[in-house]
Every structure is written in structure tokens, then in C-alpha cells.
Design a protein around this ligand. Sequence first.
Ligand SMILES: Nc1nc2c(ncn2[C@@H]2O[C@H](COP(=O)(O)OP(=O)(O)O)[C@@H](O)[C@H]2O)c(=O)[nH]1
Ligand SMILES: [Mg+2]
Length: 257
Amino acid sequence: MVEKDKLMRDLLSIPFKAVSIILPVVNETTSLEKTVDIIMSGCSDDVLELLIVICKKTLPESLKVCEKVREKYGEKVKVFEQTRPFLGGAMRDSFLRASASHVLMMASDLETPPDKVKDFILEAKENPAMIITGSRWIMGGGFEGYSPIKFVFNFIFQKFFCLLYRTNLTDMTYGYRLFPTRLVQAINWEETRHPFLFETIVKPLKLGVKVREIPAEWKARAEGGTQNSFMRNFEYFRIGLKTLLYSRKQILKGESK
Ligand SMILES: Nc1nc2c(ncn2[C@@H]2O[C@H](COP(=O)(O)OP(=O)(O)O)[C@@H](O)[C@H]2O)c(=O)[nH]1
Ligand SMILES: [Mg+2]
């Protein structure tokens, strides 16, 4: 027990120095450019690097914008192609590349409002051992242009898992989240698609990591389309239920078996 507590302390003991920001890109052009411009105008001093993750599906016009922002902001912008598949794969590859004390997971389609990045950084400076997560369900958050049926399902899903995990978090599925880098590099991740976003909260919760919510609105994108399908939303249950039964050993790399 003492050994395990020491391990967790080691994973969470790093003070905030800077953030690596993950921007996965498939079909974004102006939204990507706007995202980068807003981040760099608001908090470039605290940003060590922007990890732009591309894949085989990334459109040629999006690749051009990646190159444009790289020219504009120089070495802080790192563009690389993922090796693991899908959105979860993009995030997992980026976690391993992140070299700042903290890492922020977001989107490049403007659905995770980039003007909030400074709020995440502010919170991380004060609470470096915590996960800071955006919530659409608290005052100041909200949904704009979200499907009404998804809205209802999302609410029920949040309440269900909040009871199972005995937490008072209001939003466990929003992919706008900041972590201590060592923590995410130490976890055994499983999901490769969108349920990965949910996995990044349930596994740390199970490890006893503290989580702090800040309001963040979700606003439907103006260009491109989602890589998720409605039916795939039901796959979120799998990782949520599975993780509930895991021991700390099964969650941490090198601790299993
Ligand atoms: N590199 C990469 N980016 C992805 C992939 N899937 C989604 N994204 C990006 O991740 C962000 C969130 O994905 P999106 O499909 O919009 O999901 P939704 O907002 O949950 O419907 C967007 O900026 C996407 O372009 C992928 O397989 N690889
Ligand atoms: Mg999106």
C-alpha cells in the first residue's frame, strides 16, 4: 500500500511548468488556424508545444494549414502522423510525445473553445496534481447545435456513471481535458476510438486522482464533420463498466500480471 501511494505521488508531484497541447486534425482548415491563433495570442508563454496529429485521412487542404501554422509559429508547432488508429490512437500517440509537465487534450474543429485554454492553464498552475476537465453541464458551459437526442442520452449517461464511480463530476465525456503528463504516460490505455475520451477520466478516477471541472461550452463545428457515428456512442459503456472492476495494478503500465 505504501509502495503504491509513493508511485501515485511520483506520478502527480510535478509542478506546472508548461503545457503540450494536442490538436488532432482530419478535415479542419480555418478552424485549425483559428484554434492555433487564439491559443498563441492568449497564452503562448505557457505553451511548450502544439502537437498537431495527422493521419492517412487528413485532407490535403488541412495539411496545407498545418504547414502554414508551422511556418507562422515555428518550432513550437510539431506536426506528426499517428501510428495507432482513430481518435484514441491519435491521443495516445501524442501522450507519449508530450514533453511538458502537463498535457491538454482538445479538438481543432472549434467545438472545444480555444479561448478557454488560458483557464485550464490557470487552474493547472494552482492544482498541478489534478486533472482539469471542461464541463458542458455547469453554469458557464452549455451545448450549442447539439443533437437533442444525444443531449438526453448524454445527461442520463453522466448521471449513471457518476453514481457508479461515486463522483459528483457533471461531464465525464467531454474531450477537453488537462492532465499531469507523467500520469497519462503511466496508464495502460485500451480504447482507440472516441470512447478513449471517457477512458481518460474513469481510469484516473479509479486510481484516486482528483479532478476539477471548469465550465466550457460545446459549439457545433462550422466546417467538416464528425468521425464518430451515433451507434458508436453505446461503446462508451464498455470501458466505463470494465474499468469499474479493474485493480490499480491492471490500470498502470508495468504493474499488470
Ligand atoms: N488525427 C486524428 N484526428 C481525429 C481522428 N478522429 C477525429 N479526429 C479529430 O479530433 C477532433 C474531435 O473529433 P470529432 O470527429 O469532431 O468528434 P466529436 O466532436 O466527438 O464528434 C476533431 O478535430 C477531429 O478532426 C483521427 O482518427 N485522427
Ligand atoms: Mg468535433
